[in-house]
Design a protein around this ligand. Structure first.
Ligand SMILES: [Zn+2]
Length: 380
């Protein structure tokens, strides 16, 4: 079953074990016997897998997540990497997220997989900025998020009125109505009500989920293109904001992350879909340009540097999203474009910015980080 394997990804073995356990205990049980937590989690995992398998073909295509989170295994994965780059150390945010994930029991991990994937689909396909969005667990980031998306819409010369900024909140998983809307996107109608009830049940019966406040449930952000489910949008996770705060980047978090995700919208608008590290380094560069620019946030040199460290913190060691060094270099390059302009108020047209970055990006990669093909091209 190749499609099933793809969707279940790294947790296939764990899911198989849980299913076998559920089967073994189910045999003598009467129909009316209450389900165990293990059975609930296994059933929910299956429901979410069925939901993803029932989505329209384009539903999640092109959706670009900020990090390849250790948790959401359901749904499409990033394209296969060639293996870790020797001598590279992944960024601090990834290390932190992996540490959190490693502390989960297999049951908690499976519940988190299912609920994180379900929550992502809610923010992508159901949530809308037509209702006021609350960013941060206590709404502490709402003003900054609203300001940032407003500035970005005016900054880049792409169609922007229909790019939504939506809050990704673990507590939405506690609403049966919202989860029923989410399951309706792809699950058989007769199963929707039970699946929604089960999602909220699992949220509260697995203590590690903290009723939706476990940061791993929403430790991400993403940009979705026009033809995907829900249309053009940027989603910003509360768990990501909390984690970035813990790592010491709170004063640049919202602006940098939304600036980066909006950078994907810039690429989407120009059909720029490079199949290499520049797909992530480009948005780092455009985000750097935005925060350093007089018409963006005009941040000073120290704050600009903090942004590049945040860029580095999400770098990985595969030829997919860019290494910490590559991402830092891309962000710094973008910032320099802003601070070295003759006219500080001029905003480079987005098409021109893409072109400039595509030209410079191979030079931003240390030779040791370059895949053999790129080296051959550079020398050829
Ligand atoms: Zn990205």
């Amino acid at each position: 079953m190749p499609s099933r394997k793809r969707f279940l990804g790294g947790t296939l073995a764990a899911a198989g074990t849980a299913a076998a356990l559920a089967l073994a205990t189910a045999v003598p049980a009467a129909a009316a016997a209450p389900s165990t937590v293990e059975q609930d989690v296994a059933q929910l995992y299956q429901d979410v897998t069925d939901l993803y398998n029932g989505l329209p073909a384009n539903a999640v295509r092109g959706v670009d997540r900020l990090i390849e989170s250790p948790v959401p295994r359901i749904g499409p994965r990033s394209r296969a990497a060639q293996g870790p780059i020797p001598g590279c150390t992944e960024g601090s945010l990834l290390t932190y997220a992996n540490k959190l994930a490693s502390q989960l029991t297999p049951l908690e991990g499976q519940a988190l997989d299912a609920l994180s994937a379900l929550g992502q689909l809610y923010v992508q396909g159901v949530a809308s900025d037509k209702t006021p969005q609350v960013f941060g667990t206590d709404g502490q980031y709402t003003a900054r998020a609203t300001d940032t998306i407003g500035k970005l819409r005016g900054f880049w010369d792409i169609e922007s009125w229909n790019i939504q900024l939506v809050a990704w909140k673990g507590t939405d998983l506690g609403s049966q109505a919202k989860m029923a809307q989410t399951f309706s996107l792809g699950l058989a109608p007769s199963k929707v009500k039970d699946a929604a009830a089960l999602a909220t049940k699992v949220l509260y019966e697995v203590p590690g989920l903290q009723g939706g406040r476990n940061p791993l449930l929403t430790l991400n952000a993403f940009a979705a293109p026009a033809d995907s489910l829900g249309g053009k949008r940027v989603a910003l996770g509360d768990g990501l904001l909390d984690t970035v705060n813990l790592l010491g980047f709170d004063d640049v978090s919202v602006e940098s992350v939304v600036g980066h995700e909006y950078g994907h919208q810039v690429d989407f608008a120009h059909d720029n879909h490079p199949r290499n590290e520049s797909s992530e380094m480009g948005p780092d560069a455009y985000g750097g340009y935005f925060v350093a620019h007089a018409k963006g946030y005009a941040w000073d040199a120290r704050t600009q540097q903090e942004v590049t460290y945040l860029d580095a913190s999400i770098g990985d060691c595969y030829h997919s999203h860019g290494t910490p060094d590559q991402r830092k270099a891309a962000g710094a390059w973008g910032e320099k474009q802003a601070t070295s302009q003759d006219n500080p108020n001029r905003v480079v047209p987005s098409a021109k910015m893409i072109e400039k970055f595509q030209k410079v990006y191979p030079k931003l990669m240390p030779p040791a980080d370059q895949p053999a093909a790129a080296l051959a091209a550079a020398h050829g």
